[in-house]
Design a protein around this ligand. Structure first.
Ligand code: 4NP
Length: 163
């Protein structure tokens, strides 16, 4: 998706594997930025390509680390569906594997065009080209995810509101 095409994209879905660590955190970070900015007319949600944790709240470690930054994560895990490609303007994958899985279920070339990597919104100086899965990591893994998402979602916000 070109920079021009990003403008005015208001329905945003974040996707990771489990939908209990990275994507619900991205959803929480993005919603907090929208609230802080008083931005209206957005739909923000998250989903997982896997189905291991359906119905569950985010991982307790992610909730603890997010809460320290003033974010309450209350999303309940769900699996991404083909209908999401109609319901959202942009589907943001956290890593290459998420993006490959999304491409595999995209129902049309137009739908596939909605898939974007979260790393597209990292600062140019970022040391990462994806959001690393923190599930088998320690506290620093969760902090890194939140650092990357806070930077990336701020840039995403600026891209969609044309700043
Ligand atoms: P997420 O992390 O994709 O950021 O939600 C994971 C959560 C659970 C599993 C893997 C990754 N799992 O294998 O259960």
């Amino acid at each position: 998706m070109t920079d021009e095409e990003l403008k005015d994209k208001r329905r945003i879905l974040f996707v990771c594997l489990g939908n209990i660590c990275r994507s619900p955190a991205a959803e929480g970070v993005m919603k907090s930025i929208l609230e802080e900015e008083g931005a209206e007319g957005f739909v923000v949600d998250s989903a997982g390509t896997g189905r291991y944790h359906i119905g569950q709240l985010p991982d307790s470690r992610m909730r603890v680390h997010a809460r320290r930054r003033g974010l309450e994560l209350d999303h309940h895990c769900r699996q991404v569906t083909v209908a999401d490609f109609d319901d959202f303007d942009m589907i943001i994958g956290m890593d290459d594997s998420n993006i490959a899985n999304l491409r595999a279920i995209a129902p049309s070339p137009e739908a596939e065009h909605k898939i974007v990597a979260m790393s597209r919104f990292f600062d140019k100086s970022a040391r990462f080209d994806h959001v690393p899965d923190p599930y088998y990591e320690g506290a620093e893994g969760f902090e890194l995810v939140l650092d990357l998402l806070q930077e990336g979602c701020r840039n995403l916000f600026n891209a969609v509101v044309c700043r």
